[in-house]
Design a protein around this ligand. Structure first.
Ligand code: ZN
Length: 568
């Protein structure tokens, strides 16, 4: 139905014939609209035209733009800016077609919740149940999200996986994505099952042969194709990209990064086609993974990719990985190292290569996000960017450290001085906080992990993330983690580093948009920006802080198109 504001004629703006024309302005009324625009922080009406926000305010104010169609389906809902997930991997959409081996219950793209596996026996039973259903004896069996740290710390070896099948190749990804567990046939197929293997990512058993634990992309990549992981491992396939979008709608996400994409020719064409479909509900922001070509070729390649960007596939950024994961003991830590005495972790990049990427990217205006987990890796990134900026001084570069879990306040101060941003891994408090306290880094450093308050206090632009599939996509859950810092056992860890609900909601909208150089497009409900909304059943600021994660998400509006979670 087309309405005209009754006050328009009083204001002298009304053209009578307009009320007879079908309007191309849609006005959504809502119980409340939280805009993240300080000039107009709350409203009850938002006008959308051509997929963008035309106006926010009262019906009278909005009516000054002319005739509109009033849509009151959100009359009882609260609208927020569509959530921006600044660190995820769309391959989770593909992984859901493999066997879920995680410890916690988890919901798939269709909305079905899969039970967690509380022991190594449970994991092996889950894999066996899937194995007997495979008809082709050569088809590999692929699992994901295995986390031995929860299984009484047991290391999973090829002998364990051989119990599922000693003839069929089996590969199971660690929850961090940085470790692969392979059985004997998988290692044989990749030529790994021989004495004398000498690689820091390939531990050997007492028999001198690989144990089946493969740490880091270097060690994993030759085995991946034999366990069904060749394509999916960094780039989602067609179905996976669609399925991941369902997870986005369910969690209120309208802009999502894909933080380690290979982006080879075919896959970019595919991503452009899938995201270009009229009903694709999110903007995907893939960052080109640094491996696979030297920096001198990588930077021009990414500059070319940038030119292929569309409204729903935003290209032209680089992701570098400096070290591994803390719970996998493959992160690089400064003194005193791991609390349990584990040897220091792995470098995934040579220091000279890191500096070269930074220098060339700064010169070309290409944004680089760098994964650092351990504080030694963070220190390397700071020093190399400092050196690169001395050669190529660049204002507003927004180079971002991703995870940056162990940074101390001195490192944050230096990052702020260099103009860096940080995207902290808030979900770790819940999923691995107890293990960090007890086992990996010990009490002192566990208290300051993912130091959100320090980052804000010291002037760093802040985002927080899920790293899906490492932990489930869900910005309200991520905000809950940063606000409450509760571990899986129910302890509060690091009282000082808690942030307010307001700050956490900013981090999952404008904060993440800023780190992507997309704050002019998304992150707030504001004139000229994309009409991206997260549609909620309640105002997250009005519920008790411990219930922040439970605020129901009705669905999303992306680029002015409405996507109910019930149909995702
Ligand atoms: Zn990641």
């Amino acid at each position: 139905m087309v309405y005209c504001a009754t006050t328009l004629s009083d204001l002298g703006f009304l053209y009578p014939s307009e009320s007879h024309i079908m309007s191309n302005i849609t006005v959504y009324s809502a119980a409340k609209i939280i805009t993240m625009n300080p000039a107009r922080p709350e409203a009850q009406h938002v006008a959308v035209k051509d997929g963008k926000v035309l106006a926010v305010g009262t019906l009278e104010e909005i009516g000054t733009w002319g005739a509109y169609t009033l849509d009151d389906r959100f009359a009882e809902k609260v609208l927020m800016p569509g959530f921006v997930e600044g660190h995820a991997h769309v391959m989770e959409g593909t992984l859901w077609r493999y066997v879920y081996c995680g410890y916690f219950d988890r919901t798939d793209p269709a909305g079905t919740t899969w039970p967690g596996n509380p022991s190594i026996e449970a994991v092996l039973d889950t894999l066996k149940a899937a194995e007997v259903k495979l008809e082709d004896p050569d088809q590999p069996l692929t699992g994901w999200q295995l986390d031995p740290i929860y299984l009484e710390g047991a290391e999973v070896t090829r002998a364990d996986l051989d119990k599922v099948s000693s003839t069929r190749p089996i590969g199971v990804l660690n929850a961090s994505g940085h470790i692969l567990y392979a059985n004997t046939p998988a290692l044989e197929a990749a030529g790994y099952l021989k004495p004398g293997m000498n690689h820091p990512g390939i531990p050997l058993g007492s028999d001198g042969l690989p144990t089946g634990v493969l740490k880091g992309p270097d060690a994993m990549q030759p085995v991946n194709p034999f366990v069904g992981l060749s394509k999916s491992f960094s780039d989602a396939d067609e179905q996976g990209l669609k399925d991941f979008a369902s997870l986005c709608v369910r969690s209120g996400v309208t802009t999502v990064t894909d933080l380690a994409a290979k982006l080879e020719g075919d896959s970019v064409d595919m991503m452009l086609r899938i995201t270009g479909a009229p009903d694709y509900p999110a903007c995907v922001v893939p960052m080109r993974f640094f491996l696979g070509m030297p920096p001198s070729e990588l930077i021009p390649e990414v500059a070319r990719l940038k030119k292929r960007s569309t409204d729903r596939l935003d290209l032209g950024r680089i992701k570098v990985v400096a070290d591994g994961s803390i719970q996998g003991f493959s992160a690089r830590l400064r003194w005193p190292g791991y609390h349990n005495g584990a040897p220091n972790g792995l470098w995934y990049i040579a220091p000279e290569q890191l500096q070269e990427i930074y220098e060339l990217a700064l010169a070309e205006g290409i944004l680089v996000h760098t994964h650092t987990n351990g504080d030694q890796a963070t220190q390397l990134a700071i020093e190399k960017l400092d050196a690169a900026l001395r050669k190529n001084p660049t204002p507003d570069h927004r180079f971002t450290l991703q995870h940056c879990q162990l940074a101390d306040r001195a490192q944050f101060r230096r990052m702020a001085a260099l103009g860096m941003c940080v995207n902290l891994f808030a979900n770790h408090h819940f999923y691995w906080g107890d293990e960090h306290y007890r086992l990996t880094v010990g009490p002192d450093r566990a208290l300051r992990m993912n130091a959100t308050r320090s980052a804000l206090e010291l002037g760093l632009p802040l985002a927080i993330h899920s790293d899906a599939p490492v932990t489930p996509l869900g910005p309200l859950f991520t905000a809950w983690c940063a606000v409450n810092r509760v571990t899986a056992s129910g302890r509060t860890q690091g009282e000082f580093e808690k942030i307010s609900v307001e700050d956490a909601l900013y981090a999952i909208t404008m904060g993440a948009a800023y780190t992507l150089h997309m704050d002019h497009l998304v992150g707030s409900i504001e004139v000229g920006k994309r009409a991206d909304f997260s549609v909620l059943d309640a105002d997250p600021r009005d519920v008790p802080e411990m219930e922040l994660k439970d605020v129901p998400v009705w669905g999303t509006v992306q680029g002015g198109r409405v996507f109910p979670a019930s149909k995702a």
